[in-house]
Ligand binder design. Structure first.
Ligand SMILES: [Zn+2]
Length: 826
């Protein structure tokens, strides 16, 4: 098989009349036949630089950012000489079609096609394909460039790609081993899929928590292409997958977007049929969750698609798959090159219609809800605004006094009185369809079998109450909010505690050696009432800080905090500032488990949270070293989601329990709870599985997946009752909305504290099967179980999931600094 492909490639290359004498094919440039080796990221970029240099009239290479590991992020713009000269005019005209740029658009017959490669680092054939694709576009398919602008991102995830490629290069045998059991086909933890912080960049388009996404969105939103392709790989036994996508489709997707996917698929099929290659369409990869490389572009007006080649991190340069086929890198990249070129071809053939339909997409006059109004803590509004800014979605502030419509906190019709600090997001803006997708209380799901979570509604994620209004809510562009902190000489200063920004402020104070207290009871001083969790910084506690007032002022301004001065330790209502209920916050030495047994994604979320959000030191301990680690050096150990069966052997289990008894705190997230549930001496217990009704078993074999959905929760939003007198829930009201990711549920603790639990099993948003819902009634969400001097803290739902559930993050910070705040000297 391998040789046939080479002959094919060489034959095609030699027939080509190359425009520039100096343009080299990827094979000539790299010094090996493409697909015979994995190219490291810099080699891929070197090739694109070569192409841009030799073909400068047809190619512009742009650097749009850098990864965490300082690798370059690049885009190549490829088109005819004339189009490339007018590139800026083409771009502006395209944005005029959307209404984002003011001015009348000229009717255009130039299609804009954006091809994104290697978002998953170990799906490594696609960056190889990107090189062959650009070469072919500039040689044998050059005529397609007359009416297309092709934008190629050769590698969305360079850190992940090189993690995979470097590992493969150092591991593989020569010649490569076809045996799928060989180590070169089995990546070690954490694998090459994710980026540096182990985030899946194909789940991050909307949340934009990662630097790769943040940089890409800036350019993407300047262009808004008509077609976007995200190249992937799936298991090595799977044939090729391309459009049309599987159901469910989000209802916002237009008939044109649906129909054109079929046209694209049929064009690809023509080439695959001619070669006798297997492929499938309309199954498995759906268009619903908005944070993918296919859905995000779709909701921004493009035909957004995922193409999947069989291969993935297990295929290496060649592997014998379960069907007895020797799958090679050459074959994989050849398929991706074929679909890439075919996509540009069909775009070129339909360039005019693509523009007409693209323009129509941005008419948002028919959307059901005209405005979303959001109310809540200033910090939470600010953090939502920063998300909207990343997508260049416009917002204003309420100018009226009342809004009525669907009220999120109640899950039904209601109304809300308004102030000029409340945020208003209208849908009659160019990105109105994305607004609908992100804010909608409950997106219509045409089919419950989906690939990902089914709920993400922003008001719940950001802890804001909201109204979705069918009439346009009056708004103005300027908020009246003016925050100013005055720090003059006083006995002490109090900071509120209810947002991640407050937590960042605390982290900064502690790192600068401030001594900070928090209150376990609300109190009143100088006429101001302070809630539980409020931070208190007294002058007397901080005599060791040089220029205390200046230093405090500096940090307060840096974190945009509002401090309230108090002038005496004698409170109007107790506790006084010196009360035992106002406790000193101990600097916590925090460790997290990583490596085999832990979920790399969950570990990455914690790592990213500490380094990029809380900005607080974190020590990572590999589970392989747990047995020899001196745990006494840490106050808190976080166990990410994972399967700890092999990690928590008898010795390690005893070690952890002893450490907790002597005053340590374990924070166990999601799957990590299973390590303790049902164990002797623990109050944590999994809820019993419902016994299946015998009539359920009459469901035909062909419907078996559907039967399974009864027990499934695919990311759904539930109301949680909180005990906000417990330190883990300081800063929260008595209710909270949680994103439940799976159907595991636990009984309420019969000893310990049930800080958050589900009482009412109403699904506020998303899909949950009926059996799974039944089990949720009276189930634990957040709990604390004490042992000796220490605690086990349970988080059934992971508040750091993909780092987008903003309103859950404070539970983790509370657990670190407030829960069981014993003095634990190192
Ligand atoms: Zn993938």
């Amino acid at each position: 098989m391998r040789n046939i492909f080479f002959i094919l490639l060489i034959a095609i290359s030699s027939l080509t009349i190359v425009n520039s004498q100096n343009l080299k094919s990827p094979s000539e440039f790299l010094g090996y036949n493409i697909g015979e080796q994995f190219s490291r990221h810099h080699q891929v970029i070197d090739y694109f630089e070569h192409v841009a240099h030799e073909m400068h009239k047809n190619v512009i290479l742009e650097k749009y950012g850098e990864t965490n590991e300082r690798r370059s992020l690049n885009l190549a713009y490829i088109s005819s000489e004339e189009n490339l000269r007018n590139l800026e005019t083409i771009r502006e005209n395209n944005l005029k079609q959307t209404g984002i740029l003011e001015g009348t658009s000229e009717s255009s017959d130039i299609a804009i096609v954006w091809l994104s490669y290697n978002v998953h680092g170990n799906e490594a054939s696609s960056s190889e394909a990107s090189m062959l694709t650009v070469f072919k576009l500039l040689t044998e398919y050059k005529n397609l460039l007359d009416n297309t602008v092709v934008i190629i991102d050769p590698c969305i995830n360079p850190d992940g790609r090189d993690r995979y490629v470097n590992w493969y290069n150092e591991t593989a045998s020569k010649p490569y081993d076809l045996d799928s059991q060989a180590s070169e086909h089995n990546e070690p933890w954490p694998g090459g899929r994710a980026n540096h912080y182990l985030f899946d960049l194909n789940r991050d388009w909307v949340w934009a928590t990662q630097v790769e996404t943040q940089n890409r969105l800036k350019v993407y939103n300047k262009w808004l292409p008509h077609i976007h392709v995200d190249f992937h790989e799936q298991g090595m036994n799977e044939p090729y997958y391309f459009a049309p996508a599987a159901k469910p489709y989000h209802e916002i997707i237009t008939d044109w977007q649906t129909d054109f996917q079929t046209q694209i698929g049929k064009n690809h099929a023509k080439y695959f049929d001619a070669e006798g290659w297997l492929f499938f369409t309309r199954e498995r990869f759906d268009l619903f969750y908005p944070s993918y490389g296919d859905t995000y572009p779709t909701y921004m007006g493009a035909i957004g698609m995922t193409y999947e080649q069989g291969g993935h991190g297990r295929a290496g340069l060649g592997v014998l798959n379960d069907e007895g086929h020797v799958l090679t890198l050459v074959e994989r990249l050849t398929h991706h090159t074929t679909t890439g070129i075919s996509t540009v071809e069909i775009a070129s053939k339909n360039a005019k219609q693509l523009n007409v339909e693209f323009k129509k997409f941005f008419d948002n006059s028919k959307l059901k809800y005209k405005s979303y109004v959001l109310k809540g803590e200033n910090d939470k509004i600010e953090s939502l605004k920063s998300l909207l800014n990343k997508h260049e979605i416009d917002f204003e502030y309420a100018s009226g006094t009342k809004a009525s419509g669907y009220q999120y906190s109640k899950g039904k019709q209601g109304s809300m009185s308004l102030t000029s600090e409340d945020l208003v997001v209208h849908t009659n803006q160019p990105k109105g369809k994305m607004v609908k997708v992100l804010f909608e209380p409950n997106a219509t799901l045409t089919d419950s079998l989906t690939y990902d979570i089914t709920a993400w509604s922003l008001p719940y994620a950001y802890g804001l109450d909201a109204i979705a209004s069918k009439t346009k809510v009056a708004s103005q562009s300027i908020s009246s909010d003016q925050r100013q902190s005055k720090i003059s000489n006083a006995y002490g200063y109090v900071s509120k505690w209810n947002s991640l920004k407050d937590a960042q402020f605390l982290s900064s104070l502690l790192k600068n050696n401030f001594r900070v207290r928090f209150t376990e009871r609300s109190f009143t001083s100088n006429g101001n009432k302070f809630k539980r969790g409020s931070l208190i910084i007294t002058k007397g506690d901080n005599k060791h800080i040089d220029n205390f007032l200046d230093a405090l002022r500096y940090l307060t301004e840096k974190h945009n905090q509002l401090l309230t001065p108090i002038y005496t330790g004698f409170s109007q209502t107790t506790p006084d500032i010196g009360s035992p209920d106002i406790k000193l916050i101990n600097k916590q030495k925090v460790a997290v488990l990583s490596g085999e047994g832990t979920s790399s994604l969950s570990y990455g979320e914690i790592w990213n949270f500490f380094e990029n959000q809380l900005n607080y030191p974190l020590t990572s301990i590999n589970t392989a070293n747990l047995g020899t680690t001196n745990l006494a050096k840490y106050n808190v150990i976080i166990m990410p989601n994972g399967y700890y069966g092999d990690v928590l052997n008898e010795d390690n289990s005893k070690k952890i329990e002893d450490w907790v008894r002597s005053g340590g705190k374990i924070i166990a997230i999601d799957g990590a709870l299973r390590s303790f549930a049902g164990k002797e001496g623990f109050g944590l217990k999994l809820k019993a599985t419902n016994t299946m009704e015998s009539s359920d078993n009459l469901i035909p074999y062909a419907e078996r997946e559907r039967l399974y959905t009864n027990s499934m929760i695919t990311g759904a939003i539930f109301n949680v009752k909180l005990d906000n007198t417990h330190p883990m829930a300081y800063g929260y009201d008595k209710e909270y909305f949680t994103l439940k990711l799976g159907s595991s549920s636990y009984n309420l603790l019969d000893r310990g504290y049930n800080i958050g639990h589900i009482k009412d099993t109403k699904v506020y948003s998303g899909f949950a099967g009926k059996n799974a819902i039944e089990k949720l009634s009276n189930s634990l969400v957040f709990g604390e179980e004490r042992k000796g001097r220490g605690s086990f803290i349970y988080m059934v739902d992971n508040p750091l999931f993909r780092s987008f559930w903003e309103n859950g993050k404070l539970f983790l910070v509370n657990s670190l600094f407030f829960v069981n705040n014993n003095v634990f000297e190192l």
